[in-house]
Design a protein around this ligand. Structure first.
Ligand SMILES: NC(=O)c1ccc[n+]([C@@H]2O[C@H](COP(=O)([O-])OP(=O)(O)OC[C@H]3O[C@@H](n4cnc5c(N)ncnc54)[C@H](O)[C@@H]3O)[C@@H](O)[C@H]2O)c1
Length: 312
């Protein structure tokens, strides 16, 4: 069995990925790392700044790491507040991981890209894998650059880097870390507390989303297939379902009719407007058998069930 390192383990995705892997693997074969002082998990945890190559290299050597899941990043909305910091973290931490993988210390890497690689000039409906990419956020620019470098390392050096372009991830373990789709998680907290939700996007903003179990399953699946079947060497389009804030409001009102959502769009509206409405993920379907299981209705039911359990 391979020994894995998760970088950015304490975030929205990392915390759920470690929980999933814990059920699947020998717990001694999972090492968590993040810049935070402590972990919320009982798995082996090492504080690490992913920008420090030497520390990363030592950690990989000390624990004889085979595969890295590199999840540390600054996301879209936060990225606009700290552009240079975002560029530095998102690019240079990726280079650190790619260079370890290039030297063959590491066997396989998972690194997520995002739908933010697309921009205002991209056709919005069923956006194609190869459609126009002119991102206008520092986050999107860093993800597109990262994709190009992943392809470069895959082809030039024969390294094994696997990647998907995640839509907005809806999950319940931790609060999201500063993305443009965070409303789709935040709204559940207000709903369960019987509070009015103030949404930072317009009610009709259609965006692609994915439920966390599908997101984790996509990582599990793409990391499990033979390298030869992956024809896309940069990052794969990935679809879950698409929704607007109004659609989720209507569904939640069916459960609690006095639930109120107020719409006050802020700077994140412009980011959301530049992204696709829906994603065509035919390459993922063909190359590694991807199919999302969760639609909006199923996602809402699971979110409410899990958040109610956490609060019990
Ligand atoms: N959440 C989404 O909706 C979404 C959508 C598309 C892509 N992604 C991608 O998935 C990955 C994980 O996203 P997330 O939602 O879990 O983000 P998050 O912000 O919740 O978590 C990121 C983690 O990285 C850690 N980190 C920050 N700087 C670090 C450093 N210098 N060294 C080590 N760790 C550091 C943070 O402490 C945090 O725990 C990112 O690459 C993100 O771009 C997420």
């Amino acid at each position: 069995m391979s020994r894995i390192l998760i970088i950015g383990s304490e975030g929205q995705l990392g915390s759920e990925l470690s929980t999933f892997l814990k059920k699947k693997k020998n717990i001694d074969d999972i090492i968590l790392s993040d810049i935070k002082d402590n972990s919320s998990s009982d798995l082996t945890y090492k504080k690490l700044n992913a920008l420090n190559f030497k520390d990363l290299e030592s950690l990989v050597e000390d624990y004889k790491i085979d595969d890295i899941y590199h999840l540390a990043a600054i996301l879209s909305a936060k990225g606009e507040v700290e552009p240079m910091l975002t560029w530095d973290l998102n690019m240079n931490s990726l280079f650190n991981v790619l260079n370890l993988a290039k030297n063959k210390t590491i066997k396989k890497v998972f690194w997520p890209s995002s739908i933010s690689v697309f921009g205002n000039n991209t056709p919005k409906i069923n956006t194609n894998q190869f459609s126009i990419k002119e991102p206008n956020t520092v986050y999107g620019i860093s993800k597109l650059s990262g994709e190009r470098w992943c392809e470069y390392y895959n082809i030039k050096y024969g390294t094994d880097i696997r990647s998907v372009r995640f839509p907005g991830i809806i999950s319940s373990n931790t609060l999201p870390g500063g993305g443009t789709t965070d409303y789709a998680v935040d709204i559940f907290y207000s709903f369960l507390k019987d509070e009015k939700y103030k949404c930072f996007l317009n009610q009709d903003t259609m965006l692609p989303m994915i439920y966390i179990d599908d997101a984790i399953e996509s990582i599990n699946k793409i990391m499990g297939v033979k390298k030869d079947s992956l024809n896309i060497k940069s990052s794969y389009n990935l679809a879950g379902f698409s929704m607007t804030p109004k659609m989720i409001e209507i569904k939640l009102k069916k459960i609690k009719e006095n639930f109120i959502v107020e719409y006050n769009p802020d700077y994140r509206q412009e980011i959301a407007d530049s992204w696709p409405d829906s994603i065509d993920d035919i390459s993922s379907q063909n190359d590694w058998g991807w199919h999302a299981k969760y639609d909006l209705g199923k996602t809402i039911n699971e979110m409410i069930r899990r958040l109610e359990n956490i609060n019990k």
